[in-house]
Design a protein around this ligand. Structure first.
Ligand code: MN
Length: 354
């Protein structure tokens, strides 16, 4: 997936719009130690904003927050190009003059959200006060499913801020009239095939706040209706695949087609020429065939869940508890965490959506 390119397209769209201030509400990176080329690309694009003298503030999300306080977050690099990213375990505050108004930003990185005592209130002298934070708000539902772990408790969100910039949920989504998830700049798997990547454009006019979603160009992503191949032979399965693909606009798209209950051997006999043609037309054509009686490959809802990394968070918390209780030492904890997260990610990447 072109997450880096998506960020560049978001910066293009931001610079076209003559904005006064840019805010990133977290999960710039998908890990505590992103690859160097990912960091460099992010810094180059971020510098385009700074180069126009547009102030840029941000916070760390859950994916890039080190569990261990001694670890330096890669977001620290952003400060070197003139952006201000808060990535520790404490809220921070910054203020900037924008068109004669003082805009105060309360920056609450994901690492500070776990602190049940944390209370943030708008600065007294702010003309416009903004809270920036990252996590799951109460009552958030994803396609009918409530997200279990609410990690942004009311007392974080209840301060009388003019606007709350939320990060974590990949869809553009209002929590309250003045509190929005900006949404992600790219889709992170087929579970998000119906999302529209982009960002939130927020305008203050002295009376209130107007929030608009700015979509950015992205590759079409299609999750075709699955085929139940019970009783089909290879020729019938080939025909069913051809028929499914023929009903959608697949050219240039990222496409997934799942086949379940395929009789043993049917998959191997699917016409190679038909598949080659589909792969030529699609940017990526992923055919996932599971044989009769096999466990179904993870995908759909689970994929959306994976993007939020609840398992990862649980594992981090587990290691942290062991460390705090003195059952394991610090060095071991850090290595154990690193190795475990590596396994979890590789397991995730072996899924269909990576
Ligand atoms: Mn997140």
């Amino acid at each position: 997936m072109d997450v880096s390119e998506a960020y560049a397209r978001a910066v293009d769209a931001i610079l076209e719009r003559d904005v006064d201030l840019v805010i990133h509400s977290g999960d710039v990176f998908d890990s505590v130690r992103p690859a160097t080329h990912v960091v460099v690309h992010f810094l180059k694009q971020t510098a385009r904003i700074i180069g126009r003298n547009i102030p840029y503030y941000g916070i760390a999300g859950n994916h890039e927050t080190p569990r261990l306080r001694a670890t330096t977050a890669a977001l620290e690099y952003a400060t070197l190009v003139g952006a201000r990213f808060v990535h520790g375990f404490e809220p921070d505050y910054g203020a900037v003059e924008v068109r004669g108004a003082r805009v105060g930003l309360s920056l609450v990185p994901h690492g500070a959200v776990a602190d049940r005592e944390v209370v943030v209130t708008p600065g007294r002298d702010d003309d416009i006060s903004i809270l920036v934070t990252h996590g799951t708000v109460p009552g958030l539902r994803i396609r009918g499913h409530e997200l279990g772990e609410v990690d942004l408790p009311g007392h974080v969100l209840d301060g009388s801020f003019d606007y709350v910039a939320l990060g974590h949920y990949h869809y553009f989504h209002p929590h309250r009239p003045n509190a929005y998830y900006a949404g992600a700049t790219e889709r992170f798997g087929f579970g998000e095939a119906d999302s529209r990547p982009g960002f939130a454009l927020v305008e203050f006019d002295g009376e209130g706040v107007r929030v608009e979603h700015v979509p950015i160009p992205c590759r079409p992503m299609l999750d075709l209706p699955r085929i139940d191949a019970s009783g089909m032979d290879a020729a019938e399965l080939t025909e069913a695949i051809r028929e499914r693909a023929g009903r959608a606009e697949i050219d240039g798209a990222v496409v997934r087609l799942k086949v379940v209950e395929a009789p043993r051997g049917a998959a191997a006999g699917v016409d190679r020429e038909v598949l080659r043609e589909l792969r030529r037309r699609c940017l990526d054509f992923s055919l996932e065939i599971s044989e009769a009686g096999a466990e179904e490959a993870a995908g759909g809802e689970e994929t959306a869940g994976a993007a939020f990394g609840p398992l990862e968070e649980e594992f981090r918390a587990f290691v942290e508890r062991r460390r705090e209780s003195g059952k394991i030492g610090r060095t071991f904890a850090e290595r154990f965490l690193e190795a475990g997260l590596g396994y979890l990610r590789r397991a995730g990447e072996e899924g269909p959506a990576a």
